[in-house]
Each structure stands twice: as C-alpha cells, then as structure tokens.
Design a binder for this molecule. Structure first.
Ligand SMILES: O=P(O)(O)OC[C@H]1O[C@](O)(CO)[C@@H](O)[C@@H]1O
Length: 527
C-alpha cells in the first residue's frame, strides 16, 4: 500500500525547491543548444502524438529531481491502486474507475457481485446498439421518420467533455464519411440557451439525451422540463424523443419517460465521464459507435504509457511533475492551454473543469490544511485567435504563465489555399513554432515597451492530425496529468465540495429565505 504524505514533507521536494530558477530557458533555447533540446526533450505519446518539453525550464538535474519526487511520492503505485479499485476518493468514500471504461489495465473490480469493467462495457454496448438502431431507422419518431439531430441536456461534466469531443471530431467525421447526426447542447439554466437551441432544430426529428449522473442537478432538470414543454406544445410525445444517461440510483433512472436509460455509476466522476455513456451516447449517435470506440482505444493506449515508472517514458506523469515544479517551486499561478486547432476550441473549457474542480483544493485527502499551493488557474483559447487576445499579457505581463501548446501537421478537412507561398495550415503551424521561441527567448529592445524578456516556459503536444484516437490520447493525457498532480499534492482530486455552497444559497434565494447581502442582491436582480 502506498503512503500518502504532504508534498512539503518529502525530501525530494526540498531538493527540487533548491532548484528554483535553475535553468535559464532563454539561454537554453538559443542557437544550436535550442535545436538539440527540441530533438532530445520529447516523449512519445499514444496514437502518434508526442510531448515536447524542450522549452520548459528543465535540464538533467531538474529531471532527476522530478524522477526522485515521482518515486518518493509513489505516483505509479498510487495509479495502480486507483485502477485496481482502492477508495481513492476519500471525501466521498468512493473508488475512481474511469480508466476501466476504456482499458485493459488492472484486476477485476467487483462491487456487489458486478464486475465494473463488464458493467461499463455493457453500457457502452447499450449506447452503441441504440445509436445503430437510430441510424438504421429501427428507432424513429412517432411518424416512422428518422431522427436527424441529437441534443444533449446536461451541465459541467455532463456537458463540457462531450461537447468538446463532438466539436473536435465534427469536421473529421464529415471528411471521413462517418458523420451521422448533428449534435447540439443545452447546458445553462439561462432560458436563452434552451430557447435558442430549440429554435435551431426540427423538433419532430430531434432526440434529446438528458444526462445527469445524480439526476438532481437544477439546471439539467429545468432544461429537461423546458424541452418537454416545447415538445408537448408541438404536439409531440416527449417519451418518444428522450433518453437518459444517469446512475442507477438517481431519480431519472426510475422514470418511464425515456426511450432507454444508459447507466453510469458513482465511481466515474462527472468531469471524467466522457468515456462513459455521458460521452458515449451522443458521440455514437453523432459519428457512429466505431468512432467512439476509437476514442476509447486512444485513451487506453495513453493510460498504458501512464503506468511506466520512468518519467521520461511517461508523458502524463512528466507533464504533471513539470507542472508541480512550475507551480510550487517557480511560483507560477496559472497555466494556459493553447490548441492550434479550431477543432479543439472547447477543449480548454473542458480541461478547466477537469483540472480546477479536481485540484482546486486547500486541504489534503485527510481533510487537513496544506501549506503549499495546489492547482493553478487554467484557461485557454485556440491559436491563433488567442494571439490577438490575451497573448500580450503572456509575453509582457508581470506574471509568468506556463503554456501548453497543441498542434497538428494536417488539418481535418484538407481544404486549404496557398497565399504568398504558404497554405493556411502552414501559417497556423508557423505561428505556433514562432510563439514557442518568442516566449522562451524573447527579444532585447532598448525601448522597454518593445522589450521581450523571454524566459516563459512552454511545452507542445504534436501530432499528424486530430483523429478519434489522437483525441482519446489527448483526453487521457490531461486526465492522467491532473491525477498525478493530485497525488503529488496529496489531494483528493475526485470530489468537488467547493461547488455546493452556491447551490444551497441559490435555493434559499428561490425560496425567498434571504437576509443581509443575499436579500439585497436578490432584490437588485428582481427575484
Ligand atoms: O451529472 P450531474 O449529476 O448533473 O452533475 C453535473 C456537474 O455538477 C457538478 O457536480 C458540479 O456542480 C459537476 O461535478 C458535475 O459534472
């Protein structure tokens, strides 16, 4: 059994802390040294991706210290315990089993006589069978007509991951003739969200997936009622247009109002649930179950790499450890995710929940306060759009923000134009290469307003093309990175008590049970 200790009690951490400012990345990345680093500091990922960390503030000394930290913190032992069914989520006393939904890793985890891996696979099959029947016309609307659109109703982990993955593969599926149905998403309780989506679809040919693990989320239940109301008004029977993805113990599971119910369980956290029916139903409907299976395969292959004790051959753990060095030793407050791929436009939003809901904690897994900083602020936008937005601060602001670039050689649609001797794809890739060097090396100018100090660390994940498998690998990479960081910080990365208080107060506002500032704000907003 691994032992769980606070980061600041580890001898390897004291050694690492002594390496603050050890590498001058501007110097390291200049000239031939820089070229050598780019070739050397690269770790293969699954599905043809590679994690390049040449422009991070590391050298052999820092990497050795990170390896010692990985060993002392028993990161691989903890990962093994996690996927073999240990109660890693101490806050909620639950296992953490999202890896079992996509991988052959580990032993059988049996709960109340049910093999959890078999359960997840059976639910994926249920989603796949349902999707196939919709595609072949075995399941139709009341008039025997095929459904053409699918709308997911959910929020947080029941929205962000599936939405990011759908957007990531929409063009790929069109270019590869696997596009089956258009997907839309309703998440916000703002009535304009549901109203606008409903106005944009043909209700009679739309399927709605109500996704809520708990079956109690205010926004989702409200939006479900909103949609049902619209269906009834249009003379349609909601139970012929809706299915549910929920846990077997949730109130939704007991309802007869759905075409089918696909189940998940408490051992897969919402923000890690894209690989369950939460993502499986909508992605199988939109692109076909085979595409969803390829996402799972990519994730499984990346998980396998994450079991390697050698940090240089474990890109997920290496990325996590470099992030800890940046956060705890270098003192950087945030990390930005910058995909140079329009298809990944919502991927940073998904990672925001995954990372900040997991590691935005100030007590350890035993509920005791920690004396060191934990999860950074995560934000991001696709390049090159971000360059024309917040890169000013990234280049010349007073905070150093580590950057995580993602870039692909090929576009998904392959439609391009050559202007002034380069294609748009080449321009995109040129920009990401330029940014890495600009951030690392900077540029001296006597006019300080035009001076770039450099010294701003970045990494890049590169690949041939964003495909279902490489997307799965990318998803698993960041999930595993967050998990390893939680282990290093001795956090429980799998509960989210910090979201509760606001929900409780909102209920009081709606019940008109307010006083003090809550009352004044309620009056201000006319509730
Ligand atoms: O799937 P559910 O139970 O509706 O929960 C939605 C989201 O709400 C949260 O609990 C946060 O409020 C997330 O962790 C979760 O992804």
């Amino acid at each position: 059994m691994a032992t769980w200790k606070n980061l600041d009690t580890l001898a390897s951490y004291s050694k690492l802390a002594g390496l603050k400012g050890h590498v001058n990345i501007a110097e390291a990345m200049t000239g031939e040294n820089g070229a050598e680093r780019v070739k050397k500091y690269s770790a293969p990922m699954a599905a043809g991706l590679a994690y390049n960390y040449a422009a991070k503030q590391v050298d052999e000394t820092v990497l050795n210290a990170l390896a010692d930290l990985a060993d002392e913190a028993q990161l691989i032992d903890k990962f093994q315990e996690l996927y073999n069914g240990a109660v890693i989520n101490t806050g909620e006393k639950r296992m953490v089993l999202h890896h079992l939904a996509r991988t052959q890793l580990g032993d059988a985890v049996v709960v109340d006589g049910v093999d959890k891996r078999e359960f997840y696979v059976a639910q994926q099959k249920k989603a796949a069978d349902f999707a196939n029947k919709v595609h072949t016309g075995e399941i139709t609307n009341e008039n025997g007509e095929k459904f053409t659109t699918v709308v997911q109703i959910g929020i947080g982990g029941s929205d962000l991951g599936p939405r990011a993955l759908y957007i990531a593969l929409e063009n790929w599926a069109k270019a590869n003739n696997t596009f089956k149905m258009e997907a839309k998403f309703i998440s916000n309780v703002d009535p304009d969200d549901a109203a606008a989506v409903l106005a944009s679809v043909d209700l009679a040919h739309s399927l709605f997936i109500v996704v809520s693990k708990s079956g109690t989320t205010l926004e989702t239940l409200t939006n479900e009622a909103f949609v049902k109301n619209a269906l009834v008004k249009a003379g349609l029977n909601p139970s012929k247009h809706m299915l549910a993805v929920t846990s077997e113990t949730s109130p939704l599971a007991k309802s007869e109002d759905y075409l089918t119910a696909i189940f998940m369980d408490d051992y897969i956290g919402g923000r890690y649930s894209s690989v369950s029916g939460v993502g499986g139903a909508i992605l199988s409907l939109a692109f076909g179950p085979e595409v969803f299976a390829q996402i799972l395969d990519g994730a499984a292959a990346e998980d396998k790499l994450a079991t390697n004790k050698n940090i240089l051959e474990n890109p997920d753990m290496l990325d996590a450890l470099i992030g800890v060095y940046e956060r705890n030793v270098q003192g950087y407050p945030a990390t930005t995710v910058l995909p140079y791929s329009q298809a990944l436009s919502r991927f940073p939003a998904h990672l925001q929940q995954c990372d900040m809901e997991s590691n935005g904690k100030s007590v350890n897994r035993f509920g005791e306060p920690v004396d060191y900083v934990t999860g950074p602020v995560i934000f991001g936008e696709p390049g090159t759009n971000g360059q024309h937005s917040f890169y000013q601060l990234l280049h010349q602001g007073t905070d150093i923000v580590p950057l995580q670039f993602i870039g692909f050689k090929k576009s998904q649609l392959g439609v391009d134009v050559d202007i002034e001797n380069s294609t748009s794809q080449q321009k995109l890739c040129a920009n990401v290469a330029a940014q890495i060097v600009a951030f690392a090396c900077g540029k001296k100018d006597e006019n300080l307003n035009k001076n770039f100090k450099g010294g701003r660390p970045s990494s890049i994940i590169t690949g041939e093309e964003l495909t279902p498998a490489s997307l799965g690998a990318l998803l698993a990479h960041f999930e595993n990175k967050i998990m390893f960081q939680g282990f290093v910080w001795n956090l429980n990365s799998f509960d989210q008590e910090g979201v509760q208080l606001g929900k409780v107060l909102a209920k009081r506002v709606l019940a008109h049970d307010t006083d003090g500032a809550l009352k004044v704000y309620s009056d201000l907003l006319n509730i």
